[in-house]
Design a protein around this ligand. Structure first.
Ligand code: 6PG
Length: 244
C-alpha cells in the first residue's frame, strides 16, 4: 500500500459543473482563461491533458474563440504525453497543434510540448529544468495557474494509472510512466505537481464514467484504487458533460 504523503481532504469539496455539450465546456473554460488573464495582467501558465476530450475543446476554440481570447498570453504545457513522434495521431501535442495552434497562433513560442520522440528520461530532465526556470515555485515545485485533466474509465488521470500511486509522492514536476494496458511509454506531471496548481479542472465526457465519478467524489466503493481520487486542490472543479 503506497502512503500518499501530505494527503488532506478539502473539507469544502470540489465544485461540480454539469454542461450540456463540449461546446458549452469549451466556452466555459475559455471564459475561465479570460478571467485569469484579466486578473493576472501577464502570462498565465496552463497544462492540458491528452485523449479525445481536449480535441473537441480545441476544435471549438479554433472555430468560435480564435479572436475572443488573447491566446498569445497563455503559456501552454502538457499534463502528459505518449512517447511517440508529434506526427502520430497518438501525440497529444501533435493533435493540439493540428486542431488549434496551427489555426490560431502565428508563432508558437508560448507552446511548450513534451517531445515524445526524445528519450523519456532525457525529456523529463529537459522539462523539469524548463518549468523550474519559467514558472513560479511553491513547495519546490512549479505552480501552474490552471491544469485541465481528463479521467479514464479505470480512474487514471494524467498518465498516472491504477497501481502507480507512487507517482503522487515524487518531488519532481515531470516523470516517466507506462500505460499498463498497452505498455506505451508516457511522460506525465506527477501528482504532487498537479495538486500544487492554483486551480485544477477535470473535464469529463462520455457516459461510461458516471459511476466512477460518484465513487471518487463520495469516497465510496473502489475510490482508493483510482489515481483521480488523489487529486486534491482547494480549487478543484469537475466539469462534466451531461449524459445523453
Ligand atoms: C492521455 C490523457 C488521459 C486522458 C484520459 C481521458 O494522454 O490519454 O492525458 O489521462 O485525459 O484517458 O481521455 P478522454 O478525454 O479521451 O476520455
Amino acid at each position: 500500500m503506497v502512503y500518499i504523503a501530505n494527503f488532506n481532504f478539502n473539507i469544502m469539496g470540489p465544485t461540480i459543473t454539469t454542461l450540456r455539450n463540449t461546446f458549452e465546456i469549451a466556452s466555459y473554460i475559455a471564459h475561465k482563461l479570460d478571467k485569469k488573464l484579466d486578473a493576472k495582467k501577464s502570462t498565465i501558465n496552463i497544462a492540458i491533458s491528452g485523449g479525445n476530450t481536449p480535441k473537441e475543446i480545441f476544435k471549438h476554440w479554433s472555430s468560435h474563440f480564435k479572436n475572443e481570447i488573447n491566446w498569445r498570453n497563455i503559456s501552454f504545457y502538457w499534463v502528459d504525453e505518449r512517447c511517440v513522434p508529434s506526427s502520430s495521431s497518438e501525440s497529444n501535442y501533435g493533435e493540439a497543434k493540428r486542431l488549434f495552434f496551427d489555426k490560431v497562433l502565428t508563432t508558437q513560442d508560448n507552446v511548450f510540448p513534451i517531445v515524445g520522440d526524445n528519450k523519456p528520461h532525457e525529456e523529463v530532465f529537459i522539462l523539469n529544468s524548463l518549468v523550474q526556470s519559467k514558472l513560479p515555485q511553491k513547495n519546490n515545485l512549479p505552480v501552474f495557474d490552471l491544469i485541465l485533466l481528463g479521467m479514464g474509465t479505470d480512474g487514471h488521470t494524467a498518465s498516472i494509472f491504477p497501481g502507480q500511486l507512487e507517482l503522487f509522492n515524487l518531488d519532481e514536476a515531470y516523470t516517466t510512466s507506462v500505460n499498463p494496458h498497452t505498455g506505451q511509454k508516457r511522460i506525465t506531471l506527477t501528482g504532487k505537481t498537479i495538486n500544487n496548481a492554483n486551480e485544477v479542472c477535470f473535464i469529463i465526457t462520455g457516459s461510461d464514467k458516471k459511476l466512477i465519478i460518484d465513487e471518487i467524489i463520495n469516497k465510496k466503493g473502489n475510490w482508493q484504487s483510482y489515481p483521480a481520487s488523489f487529486i486534491i486542490n482547494d480549487n478543484l472543479e469537475w466539469i462534466i458533460e451531461e449524459i445523453q
